[in-house]
Design a protein around this ligand. Structure first.
Ligand SMILES: C[S@@+](CC[C@H](N)C(=O)[O-])C[C@H]1O[C@@H](n2cnc3c(N)ncnc32)[C@H](O)[C@@H]1O
Length: 220
């Protein structure tokens, strides 16, 4: 998130109260969309998702939920490949662009302007066979991460898969952002971390694959 761009720069977050931390992340994200095309908004679906959808061991298409979908590149990709897709992002500008793209392309995706840590109250019951998160979770303040995990766990179909890309803690000039394998193992108690593949970015990044394996009895 600190990689050089000619546009806005990511300002450190996470020094205020929990509520202020959420507002800071929202403000920083919105700043990038307001300025135009954010540096992460490449319009290219990553090969890791393509492999899951089109590769030798591709998942059968089903119901997918993308968390932090931005302008919708990957939700649209999934829908074009036979998935029934819902996608949420907390920045209104991103969701508006995603909806416009879906309309222009004639592709059916349900884009919701919503917080990925507050899915209750939305009409997103699942059950989901696939969750996809490209750079959202790693920016979520710590006090909201359990709610994120619980929201996904409660809506997971048997055998659900979760593919996440995240920046490591070292990538952010702040005390709260980032993700690593240990954190995911602790927080996603009903999931098994089955793969961690380092990313190719200059910053520390990784692709995490988790499979739904209910253990705690809190889930259906
Ligand atoms: C690094 S961007 C990546 C966007 C998109 N996945 C892509 O690759 O183009 C992270 C996205 O997560 C969204 N986001 C961050 N926290 C969120 C939250 N709590 N709920 C929903 N969206 C969130 C941001 O608004 C932003 O669009």
């Amino acid at each position: 998130m600190t990689e050089a761009t000619d546009g806005p720069r990511w300002q450190p977050v996470g020094h205020g109260t929990p509520r202020e931390q959420e507002e800071e992340v929202h403000r920083e994200m919105r700043k990038f969309y307001r300025a135009g095309s954010p540096p992460w908004d490449t319009g290219v679906t990553p090969p890791e998702l393509v492999a899951l959808v089109e590769g030798d061991d591709a998942l059968p298409s089903g119901r997918a939920l993308e968390l932090g979908c931005g302008t919708g590149t990957n939700a649209l990709y999934l829908a074009r490949h036979g998935w029934e897709v819902s996608a949420v992002d907390m920045v209104d500008l991103a969701v508006e662009r995603a909806r416009d793209r879906a309309r222009e392309a004639g592709v059916d995706v349900r884009f919701e302007y919503a917080d990925a840590t507050r899915l209750d109250g939305l009409d997103l019951p699942g059950p989901y066979d696939l969750y996809f998160d490209l750079g959202c979770y790693c920016g979520i303040p710590a006090h909201r991460r359990d709610a994120y995990a619980e929201g996904l766990t409660r809506r997971a179909a048997p055998g659900a898969r979760f593919l996440m890309f995240g920046y490591g803690f070292e990538a952010f000039p702040d005390p709260v952002s980032g993700v690593d394998a240990d954190e995911l193992r602790d927080r996603f108690a009903d999931w098994e971390l089955v793969d961690v593949t380092p990313g190719t970015n200059e910053q520390p990044t990784a692709w995490y694959t988790l499979d739904f394996v209910p253990r705690t009895g809190r889930t259906p």
